[in-house]
Structure formats: C-alpha cells, structure tokens
Write a protein that binds this ligand. Structure first.
Ligand SMILES: *Cc1c(COP(=O)(O)O)cnc(C)c1O
Length: 400
C-alpha cells in the first residue's frame, strides 16, 4: 500500500465526509508547487480557492508569521494590541475606505456585513423593527453558516439545514432590472459577488456592477460586494468591481488571500458612517483582529502591492486564456473568467470536470471541479509563463 493510500484510509476513518477530495496527500509546498507524501510534484492550480494568491509559504509572509509568533499571538479584543491598527490602516488605504472590522473566516465576514446592513436599515434608514430585507442572487456562494445556506439556491448547500433565516430575496445574477423590481422600502442591502466563482465562474454582463450601484444609490439601498474570492488581485485588478467605473460598494467583504495562505483572516471594510454604527458589545469575535492575524494580513497586502499581483494576474490571465483557446477539442464548451480566475466548461457528453481533474492530477496538475461541468483554473498569481505553458500542455494531452 502506498503512503498516500494508507493516509487516506486512516484519515477517512475519523473524518466527516463533507468533502470528496481527489486522492492526493500533500505534505509540502512552495510557491506554485506542492509535493505529496510519495514525493510526486504537482502544479497547484486551485490555490485553496484563491487563498494562495501570494503562493505557498511566501517568504515575507512566513517571516512575519514567525516573528509575530515569537512576540505576541493573542490578546482578544478585551485589550488593544500593537498590530491590528497598522493592518487595518493598510487595508483601508488599499480599499479607499474609512474603517474595517476584522474577522477570521469568509462566512463570518459575510455574517458581519449582513448584521451591519440590518443595523443601518434600522438606525439610519428607518426600517421598522425586524423588517429589514436583503436581496441576494441565485447561484450565490457566501459561505456555510445556517443563515447563509438558508438563502442559497443550491439544494446541496441548503436542504436538510432548515429552518432558514428569513429576510432574504433572490434575483437572477446579472439582471439589474430584477434587482430594481425586488427592492421595497424595507430593503437594506443588495449582496452580490462580482463574479460567481463557486457557481462555475459565472460572469455578469458588462455594465452590471455599475448599474446595480446606480440602482442601490437611487433607492437608498446598500451595495455589498462579496470579494472574498474575486478580490486581492485575482481578476486582474485589486478588486473585481474596479473593472467597471463608478461601481464602488458601500461594504466590501474580504477573506481568503487576506490571510496570505497561512492563516484565516477576513474583514468587512466600509465607511465610518456605517461601521461607526456598531456599539461595544453588539458584535465580536474572540480571534478577530488578533496580532498574529494582523501581522500576516498586513504582510499579505504588502506582497500583493509590492509584487503588483493584480497587474500580473491581468497579464498572465490573458496569456493563459489565449493558450487555452488554442486547444482544439470538441470536449471544451466554453472558457470564461477574468484574470487568473478562469473556468473551463466541458460538454456533458465528454465527461465531467472531475474526470478531467483526476486525469490532470495523475499528470501532476491540481485543479478542481465546480458544478459538474466546470474546471476552475486559479493558480497562485506569482505563477510564471513556463508553468502556464506546461499546464496547457497537460490539459491538451488529457483532452486527446
Ligand atoms: C470562500 C467564500 C466564502 C466563504 O469563506 P470561508 O472562509 O470558507 O467561510 C464566501 N464568499 C465567497 C465568494 C467565497 O468564495
């Protein structure tokens, strides 16, 4: 029995089966490469769902982690710590916003944004108690808490976990008129991903983000962008909403790559008017804003800026897309996405995306299927052209 098979057997015996991982056991990684327990090397084209934009174990981020771990790791928010302010100042500077509220996971940050939108609805907009509504989109993915799965349109995420939190309405993604029609005097916010990544890299029509911005402003509704996956350089801009002029949200939700691939760090970023609504005791997190997270988060942002990772994603994303489009295969239905957030959709008759992910793994490329027919290609943004060429070669070989 290989080491891989042995570890999978022993792990699965004690692990809940809420995932169905490919049979690869990773033991070590650096940059864009990962090695399994049997010594095989893989090109990581998943990047922990865009959490590894800076690559595995970026030396500056790991150094910040270790340095901070040797000084101070956790205080709770019962006290101040000497790292959180500098992190949030840098984050607010990058977002061109006033204030941030640090959390840990993406789902927690989305929950925080929902609480903030409701609070604003009651305290500022004057919505009657317990009547605040939030409009979200079909095919959304905002995380796995009970409230968030309750307004998912994906039965696998939602069914079996009711009763669901009321107060959410779903409209078609990409349909600005549907948003306008769904808004009522009690609507507090519109929550949306600029690109629906988990749903299969679904792109809205051009102009959609600016149009929903205009509709929200005209109706006194907060615009909330969940950029947990699209943000921090992935799509070729620091934030995906920057692809359209005049689309800046009232509330921006970040996570994943904010933790630099080493630690869970998320945040809600907004104006002083909005985040200033929270009073002591109304929200919190034991680990949110801890000094270790702050040191890692600040350095994760520094790497994105200093290494111009958004510009890199724009250039390399175009390069990869062009190379993928030279593959002439009847199995490919569509290639879509932006920057290094790309999806390859396969024809149903040609097999599932997971079939192709398995074949690629055998050739040393890690990819992930999403929604049966779509393979996501989201390598670390530090990847180079030779590695992208190699990826395309492997995919072409698998398709033959
Ligand atoms: C991953 C993701 C989340 C949830 O983040 P977790 O850290 O897994 O809780 C929320 N929204 C989007 C768009 C995501 O991609």
């Amino acid at each position: 029995m290989t080491r891989t098979a042995e570890i999978i057997r022993d792990t699965e015996a004690v692990t809940a089966r809420n995932y169905a991982p490919l049979p690869v056991v990773i033991a070590r990684a650096e940059g864009v490469w990962a090695w399994d327990v049997d010594g095989r090397r893989y090109l990581d084209c998943v990047s922990a769902y865009s959490s590894l934009n800076q690559g595995h174990r970026h030396p500056r981020i790991v150094a910040a982690l270790i340095e901070q771990a040797e000084r101070l790791t956790l205080t709770s928010r019962a006290f101040h710590n000497d790292r959180m302010g500098a992190f949030l100042r840098r984050l607010c500077g990058l977002c061109e916003m006033d204030m941030a509220l640090p959390m840990n996971t993406g789902a927690e940050a989305v929950e925080t944004a929902i609480k903030l939108a409701r609070l604003w609805g009651y305290r500022s907009k004057g919505i009657p108690d317990n009547a605040a509504g939030i409009v979200a989109c079909k095919n959304n993915f905002h995380g796995r808490t009970t409230t968030l799965v309750g307004f998912s349109s994906e039965p696998q995420y939602r069914d079996g976990f009711g009763p669901h939190t009321p107060g959410f309405t779903l409209v078609d993604f990409g349909d600005a008129a549907a948003l306008a029609a769904a808004i009522t005097p009690n609507t507090a916010a519109f929550l949306v991903e600029p690109i629906q990544a988990e749903a299969g890299i679904l792109m809205p029509p051009a102009g959609y983000l600016a149009e929903v911005r205009r509709i929200c402003s005209a109706n006194d509704v907060l615009l909330v962008f969940d950029e947990i996956q699209t943000g921090l350089g992935r799509t070729g801009k620091v934030f995906a909403y920057e692809h359209e002029a005049e689309a800046k949200p009232d509330i921006l939700i970040l996570g994943k790559a904010l933790g630099g691939g080493v630690y869970p760090v998320s945040a809600v970023v907004s104006s002083a008017e909005l985040l200033g609504l929270f009073r002591p005791g109304e929200h919190g997190s034991t680990f949110g804003g801890n000094p270790l997270a702050a040191a890692v988060g600040e350095t994760a942002l520094a790497v994105i800026e200093d290494e111009a990772l958004a510009e890199r994603a724009a250039e390399l994303g175009a390069y990869l897309r062009n190379a993928l489009e030279t593959i002439r295969s009847p199995a490919i239905r569509e290639i879509r996405g932006r920057g290094l957030l790309l999806g390859v959709e396969f024809e149903k008759a040609a097999g599932t995306a997971r079939d192709y992910c398995s074949l690629l793994a055998e050739r040393g490329v890690l990819t992930k299927d999403t929604h049966a027919q779509v393979m996501r290609l989201t390598p670390p943004l530090i990847i180079g052209k030779p590695e992208l060429d190699w990826l395309v070669e492997q995919l072409a070989a698998v398709l033959e």
